[in-house]
Design a protein. Sequence first.
Length: 556
Amino acid sequence: MLSARLPDTLYLPARAEAAINALLGCLNQDKGCLPFCLTDLTGSPPRMAHTQFDFSDHAARVIDALLLARALTGSTAGEAELERLKGLFFDGFAEDGLHYTPENRWSFHHANMHYQRSVLNALLALVLMENSDEAQARLACLVGGLSDISLRHNGFAYFPSVEYFHDGWPRGDWGILGFGVDPANTNGRLIFGLTRAWEVTGDEAARELAAAYAAHVMNHSSAYGPDGAFATGMEFRQGHFHSRAVTMLGVIRYGHATGDQKALAWGRRVFEWARAQGTNFGWYPERLVESRAHGAETCAIVDMMEAAIWLAKSGWPEYWEVAECILRNHLVESQLLGLDGLELSPGADDDPEWETTTDVARRSEGGFAGWSMPNDFFSKVMHEWDLYTCCSAQGVRGLFNAWTQAVTAEAGRVSVNLLINHLSEAAVVRSWLPGAGRLEVVPFHTCEVRLRLPSWVDEADVALTLDRLPVAGRLDAERFLSVPEVPAGTTLSINFPVAQRREEDTILGVTYASEWHGDTVMRLSPEGVRRPLYRREAGNPARLVERDAPGISFHL
C-alpha cells in the first residue's frame, strides 16, 4: 500500500470507497445477492426494484465494479457478497458459451446481446484481479459462442436481434433488415471487451470478432451518419446516447490496440459530433429526440470520458483536457455523497421478492445518478427512478480508468496526463486545483517528468522549481512541460494562475450559465430544485491529508 500526504482536493480512491456502499447496498440478500436495478430516492418511502436486467447485466456489472473499487482502494469489503454474486453469475452460462437470463416476471429465457458486454467486462475483471482460471475458460467460450451465432458477410459480422434463443435467432427478414439492425444495442457494444480480451489472453478469435463488428458499425450499419451523427429512428432507440457512445468507444479502443487509423479517424469524428450534443462539463442527453432527452446517464458520461482518454493516447493529446473536464465536473457531481433532504425512514417491504423499501437512502449513498440534469441530481421528466445500478457500476469503472491513465510511466519517463492527486509506483502527484494553480510531482525513480499544461495557461506565467530552486522546462508540441533527469525523491513544483471564465449552454430550452475555475465548474445557474449540483468551494489549499492507495498493475 502506498501512502502520502496530499491536498484535500479530488481523490479518486476516496470516491471509489464511497461507491462500495451503494454496490453492496443494492444487493438483495434474500435472492442470492441479486442486484436491484432501480432506485427511487425521492419517493415516500424510497424503494428499490428488480428488473430483467439484474440476472445477467447487473450481476456482471456489480462484480466488475466491486473488483475495480477494491483494486482502487485496497478494501476487502463485500467479500461474502462477491462470492455469492459470482455463484449467481457463473450459473448463467450455457454449453454454447453464452450467458442466459432465466425465465422471470419481465421476460423469457434468452441470451441478451446487450448484456453480453457486461459479462465480458466481469470475466476480464476476474482474470485481471483474481487470475481466475474459471473466468478465463468462460471468456474463451463466450468469444467462441459469440462468433458461432454472428451473421457474416463480406468481412463484417453482426447480430440480427438483441435476443438469442438456445435454438437460434428469432425469425426475421435478415436480408432486408439485417444490416440495418442496431449494432450499438447488440454487437457494437462488445468491441471494447473483445479487444481487451485479445490483449489479455492473446485469443486471436477475439481480435477477429472485434474487427468484424467494427467493420459492420463503421461501413455497413446505418446507425451513424457520414458526419458521425447518431441515427434517431425508433429502430435506433431514438439516438440513445450511451449505447451509441459505448460502441464509438469500442471502435476507438480497437483502433488504438491494432493501429487501425481508419477506425481511430471514424471514432474521432463520431466523438466530436457526440460532444457537440452535450456540454463542456460532461452532461449528455439520454436520447437525441427532444421529448426523450431529459437526464444524463452516468454510463454515457463515462463513455465520453474514456473515449477522450483513448483518443489522447492515440495521437490527439488535446483530448486529455476534455477528459479532465468531464471527470472533474459531471462525473463526480453525479455521485450521491450525503443524504440531506432524503427520507431516511427504515421503510417496510411491500413486495419482498421484487421490491424493497428497507433503509434505501442509506444503502444508496455513494451511487451514481441514473438520469441527472445539468444542475440537478434528479430528473423526473421521463423516469420515476433516480439511481440505475448500471450507472453506479459504470461510475466506478470511470473512476478506475481515470486513475490508471492519469499518470503513465514508460522507460525513463513519467507523464502526468490528468492534473489530479495521484499515488502510484511511478510518482506522487499533489494537485491543489481548482483552488490554486499548483502541482507537485515526486518521482520514485530518476526520470524525465512530463506534466500537461492546460490550454488556459500561458507558458510565460508558469513558475517551475525543483526542490524549491528554479529549473527550466521545455513545452513540447503536445503541451507537456518536460524536465529531464528529475532525481528520485525530489519535488518538481509548478505554479500558474487559475483562469476564470463564464460559459452558457442552452439545453431543452433552458440556458445554463457555468462559472469555471480552470477545468472545474464551481457554480451553475439556474440551480436545480430537488438536489442542486455545482455548489462548490475551492477549499483550504493549505490542508494536507494522509492518503493511501494500492499499486495497480493493470488497466482496462
